[in-house]
Design a protein around this ligand. Structure first.
Ligand SMILES: [Zn+2]
Length: 424
């Protein structure tokens, strides 16, 4: 996934500590004395996938209240208000992180409540993460007052800034749930402390009508108008975007994260992803929370991303398999403003490396590696994962957590959620 999209047959990646020190043909091996050699057995060695948007702890709500109107208002928000606590956030995060590591994700971007728990779980399980504390104009599970998240966010940033695995962030929930003054303040803090801003942007129909009625603008135009579009912002969804919006997003180096599964399941219009790429908008892929998108791996979304674009355009040439793999790796890294560190196997970058086992019937034969990954691969085909030079999964076994215990803990929580629902 380097700038020339180089594919090396019989390739070798040399890693020292947390970084990649050489990439090349197998002849390279004679140049190095190595302590350990991992044989990929002819599989695909590639950069780990980047899940650019999600709420990993919401794994505790997975499959709850599906396919009914107003499911968020009817179930999710009341359950969050009544039940969400540090323990649930931590245990839900551990389940989601286990799933991501087993599915080849090496970096994820998260926004939720009690986000310090997500950061701790990520660090403990050895996965790279951007963690944003939610800031919202109402009381929330970890906020007794509107905008109390500002205080928690500042504390989170102070605690984690400079950490090698964890990048703390500010996460104003959405364009419609933060006022102008707070959005501007958040923008200033992010510039001053050099941390990202995570936000849901241009996702909801009521969001579009709100800004049209109040300002005769789109949400993206409004954000530009108040001066908060910049290279710190990571905008999730952007389902609704016209030509002018795309030009603004590209001009201000805003990262966009496309959440195909969550948007499709919610019955939203198709996000103009093909147009985004043509306009030079840095666009990655996100799962969204497991209540919206259900699964947290990126491989399972690759074919959805392109197929939805192809259906919408009624044209099989839009958004090629290669472009989609880029969205899951290097373009995703650009979208979250970390492309200098991750997203490709290049000298000097962090050693976030996965191996896809290609000796499987659904992956043979291979004429095109991108097609194999996008149209054929399952997350279960990932057989090895290294993050920051540390092996976190080998032969499909999670090495940084007790999977059986993690699942059991969440099953216990789901029992309490079911009991709470009886009273709703
Ligand atoms: Zn979301």
């Amino acid at each position: 996934m380097n700038a020339s999209d180089e594919i090396i047959e019989k390739g070798v990646v040399v890693i020292e500590g947390a970084r990649i020190v050489a990439v090349g043909h197998d002849a390279l091996m004679s140049d190095y004395e190595f302590e350990e050699m991992i044989d990929a057995h002819g599989g695909i060695i590639m950069p780990g996938f980047i899940n650019g948007h999600g709420h990993v702890s919401m794994s505790i709500f997975r499959t709850l209240g599906e396919d009914i109107p107003n499911r968020l208002q009817r179930f999710l928000f009341p359950l969050e208000d009544r039940l969400i606590c540090e323990e649930y956030v931590r245990k839900g995060a551990m389940l989601g992180i286990a799933e991501m590591i087993l599915g080849g994700v090496t970096t994820f971007v998260d926004m939720y409540y009690f986000e310090d728990e997500v950061a701790k779980a990520a660090k403990e399980m050895g996965i790279r993460a951007i963690v944003g504390e939610t800031i919202i104009d109402r009381i929330a599970p970890d906020a007794q007052l509107p905008y109390e998240g500002m205080i928690h966010a500042k504390r989170l940033i102070e605690k984690w800034r400079g950490d090698e695995w964890i990048t703390p962030a500010l996460a104003p929930h959405a364009t419609y749930s933060n006022d102008e003054a707070h959005l501007k303040e958040i923008c200033e803090i992010s510039k001053e402390l050099d941390v990202p801003v995570l936000m849901h942007v241009s996702e909801m129909t009521y969001e579009i009508s709100k800004f049209r009625e109040a300002y005769q603008m789109s949400p993206v135009q409004y954000l530009d108008h108040i001066g908060v579009l910049n290279d710190k912002l990571i905008a999730a969804h952007v389902v609704y975007a016209d030509e002018a919006d795309l030009e603004l997003l590209a001009k201000h180096d805003v990262g966009v994260v496309h959440c195909v599964a969550a948007n499709a399941k919610s019955g939203r219009p198709v996000s103009p992803v093909d147009e985004m790429l043509k306009h030079g908008v840095m666009t990655g892929i996100g799962t969204d929370g497991p209540m919206s998108g259900n699964t947290l791996d990126v491989i399972g979304l690759l074919d959805q991303v392109t197929k939805v674009q192809k259906i919408n355009a009624q044209d099989n040439t839009v958004l090629t398999a290669r472009e989609v793999v880029e969205m899951g790796t290097i373009l995703g890294a650009k979208a979250i403003h970390m492309a200098d560190q991750i997203g490709s196997l290049e000298v000097g970058k962090m050693a976030d490396v996965i191996i896809i086992d290609t000796s499987r019937p659904h992956l043979q034969p291979i004429y095109d590696y991108y097609s194999a990954l996008v149209y054929g691969a399952y997350p279960q085909d990932v057989v090895f994962s290294m993050i920051h030079g540390q092996i976190v999964m080998k032969d499909r076994k999670l090495l940084t957590g007790d999977l059986a215990q993690i699942i059991k803990a969440v099953q216990k929580i789901s029992g309490k959620i079911k009991a709470e629902m009886v009273e709703m």
